[in-house]
Design a protein around this ligand. Sequence first.
Ligand SMILES: Cc1cc2nc3c(=O)[nH]c(=O)nc-3n(C[C@H](O)[C@H](O)[C@H](O)COP(=O)(O)OP(=O)(O)OC[C@H]3O[C@@H](n4cnc5c(N)ncnc54)[C@H](O)[C@@H]3O)c2cc1C
Length: 387
Amino acid sequence: MDALMLPLTRIPPADEALRAGIREFVESALAGVPADVRARSWMGYDPAFSRALAERGWVGLALPPEHGGGGRGVFARFVLVEELLSRGAPVLMHWIADRQSGPMIARFGSEAQKRFYLPRICRAEIGFCIGLSEPNAGSDLASVRTRAERTADGWRLNGRKIWTTNAHRANYMIALVRTSGSAADRHAGLSQVIVDLSAPGVSVRPIRDLTGDTHFNEVAFDDVRLPDDALIGDEGQGWAQANAELAFERSGPERLLSSQVLVDEWFGWLRTLADPPAAQVAALGAIFARLVTLRAMSLAVAARIDAGESPMLAAALVKDLGTLVEQDIPATLSDMLADLPDADRAPPPAVLMRTLAYVSQMAPTFSLRGGTREILRGVIARGLSLR
Ligand SMILES: Cc1cc2nc3c(=O)[nH]c(=O)nc-3n(C[C@H](O)[C@H](O)[C@H](O)COP(=O)(O)OP(=O)(O)OC[C@H]3O[C@@H](n4cnc5c(N)ncnc54)[C@H](O)[C@@H]3O)c2cc1C
């Protein structure tokens, strides 16, 4: 069926040419940073790194040149993301703005919003977060209750968001809110607003994750006053706009690379052994075969986005299969290391074990963020006309 046709695609030479420079910069910036720290990558927050990247034109690479962006396409960004994430660069400071909020403003924002936000995003001066989930609206976003009410000079915002990555350090949130009707109205009456997180009435409570890190938050809005031009896009179009944003979030090589630092560390260790355990070599080979195939699928999805299509079904497939392999990597390695055949063999390096511990603890989140596996499989079933 057409929606599943994913023809083999190559990265155009002009975009592939970006790779060497980015790799050289990232390798030198990360020299000496251990793998268990690099494994944090898109949870890693380092404003100096983000600004250095921005100075080289690698933040906002795909945003319009008239607003400070690089004006490049999907494939250039594909190369950039591969180089940053596979080496474990700390990208969180600029990541959400670069990947979602910037493209959202470029597509739906007013001229004034574009002029104000986009150049600052491209210089890595401001960070964004995404306020979709609420305590009773995660997978079921249509039941969002946070409400923005019209006032004489703008909006009054009340409600609560949860699991908001980077809210404790970001400057702005793009929030999905109800501007008319009630949660019973589902998709109707939802809009998107830009919230300045330093405004009176905004409180941010960090939530600690299993690894002890703090990267997501609960955010409360208590009579927060928003200016008239806080609305992004059209009132009542928030559902369609948020779905367009999720398409940016669900496609792309980031769905394959969360465990890549661990894979490379594992590979590096096996190569130092005179007699690597056969079962581990076979398991690593099987994982590489899946990664290579999925990378080809992800590239093909990128090509369809580049052609102006919105390949929701194919993107959902890549995300589901991609997060499966990302989660299988630490699980497989844990089984393998627990079952080393030769008791006399030197133990694996401590840094490999620390990286494995971190990735194992984070792995359950890989299939949650950006939409859970069950929801994606619902999207796939609908795409196949089974629902
Ligand atoms: C690391 C991380 C970062 C995140 N960052 C952000 C962020 O920046 N901004 C943001 O807005 N959110 C963020 N989230 C939230 C994430 O998007 C939600 O956790 C996710 O959408 C699921 O919502 P929920 O937690 O409310 O679970 P629920 O929706 O309550 O789901 C619980 C379980 O029920 C299943 N389920 C629910 N409905 C159905 C259905 N109709 N059919 C079948 N199964 C169903 C789900 O698949 C899941 O397994 C983040 C989450 C994580 C883990």
